[in-house]
Design a protein around this ligand. Structure first.
Ligand code: 3PG
Length: 308
């Protein structure tokens, strides 16, 4: 009997990317099932019930979803961050979780500059704005996205520095970013700070009052990472205290209304998380995910596992 593979995306891939994945699964002798734009999490539960593997994006793969997946062996997050998947429950059920690192990084990095320019140009209001050239850019974490942001910053003529205690000096050298010793140094010297830390128990709410209060005069914080890494109440507080600080984020904070009401000119939020929402990123991440599923179901190969 053909094994079923689910493509479950509340926020669908570009049609061409999804069609390529469907074709790859069919050619590998697997039966693809597509669930897109679902509104009710129960739909995800029932879709998982009889599949051997699943591709997801930011979809919440909870303990309940995993329990519903009676035949489930593998979940591939077509993307980088896997904070939406209960990896511990998956491990307990012997379900492998993989991601597709680097595949959508360029799209996210480009959006970071889109947000910087949006703020620099007064949200395209027609008012006179400023340019990125000659400004300082602080990259908070030099993973796959941060490295591209640093390189693009150079191309824009920015002075690029970065903070990342987890990577070697050669990574800073490769993307021509000056290494700063402390996170406080990064925030106090950068006209633009671009956030690229993952969401983990250690990073949630880690961008707090102490750190935000170090921001350079007129500084802009750009968040294409996760909304949850920001301490929202602290950000509201510092933005009220300092009229010079600006914030742009790919996906709104929980209390978006309060930010927009108080600081309309100084904040911008995308209506839906859209950093990786390009045809190219969808194709790269989707095809990588499909390849990983086929490699596992047909050859037993495990690639990019994140819950060893
Ligand atoms: C990621 O972690 O890969 C990005 O945040 C993209 O998420 P998305 O697939 O939900 O757009």
């Amino acid at each position: 009997m053909q094994e079923k593979v689910l493509i479950a995306t509340e926020k669908p891939f570009a049609e061409s990317a999804r069609n390529s994945m469907v074709k790859m699964f069919e050619e590998a002798g697997l039966k693809p099932v597509v669930l897109e734009k679902y509104k009710d999490p129960k739909d995800l539960l029932s879709a998982f019930s009889d599949v051997a593997a699943a591709v997801v994006r930011s979809d919440n793969v909870t303990k309940e979803v995993l329990e519903a997946g009676k035949s489930l062996k593998l979940v591939v997050r077509a993307g980088a961050g896997y904070d939406n998947i209960d990896c511990a429950s998956a491990k307990a059920r012997k379900v492998i979780v993989e991601n597709t690192p680097g595949q959508n990084s360029n799209a996210v990095a480009e959006l970071a500059f889109g947000l910087m320019i949006m703020i620099a140009r007064g949200k395209y209001s027609g008012k006179s704005g400023t340019e990125l050239r000659g400004k300082s850019l602080g990259v908070h974490a030099l993973g796959n996205i941060g490295k591209i942001v640093a390189s693009l910053g150079k191309a824009f003529g920015m002075d690029v520095c970065a903070f990342d205690p987890f990577v070697d000096q050669c990574v800073f050298d490769d993307c021509c970013a000056t290494r700063v010793k402390t996170i406080e140094d990064l925030y106090s010297t950068s006209d633009y700070i671009s956030l690229h830390i993952p969401k983990t128990p250690q990073t949630v709410k880690s961008i707090n009052y102490d750190l935000l209060s170090k921001m350079k005069k007129g500084g802009t914080l750009v968040n294409t990472a996760r909304a949850e890494v920001i301490h929202e109440e602290d950000l509201l507080r510092i933005m009220a205290e300092r009229q010079d600080i600006k914030y742009a984020s790919d996906i709104a904070p929980t209390n978006a209304a309060a930010f927009l009401e108080k600081f309309a000119d100084r904040v911008y939020f995308t209506p839906k998380k859209m950093g990786a929402q390009t045809a190219e990123a969808n194709t790269n991440a989707g095809i990588a995910a499909a390849r990983q599923i086929i490699a596992f179901l047909k050859e037993g190969k495990v690639l990019n596992q994140v819950n060893p």
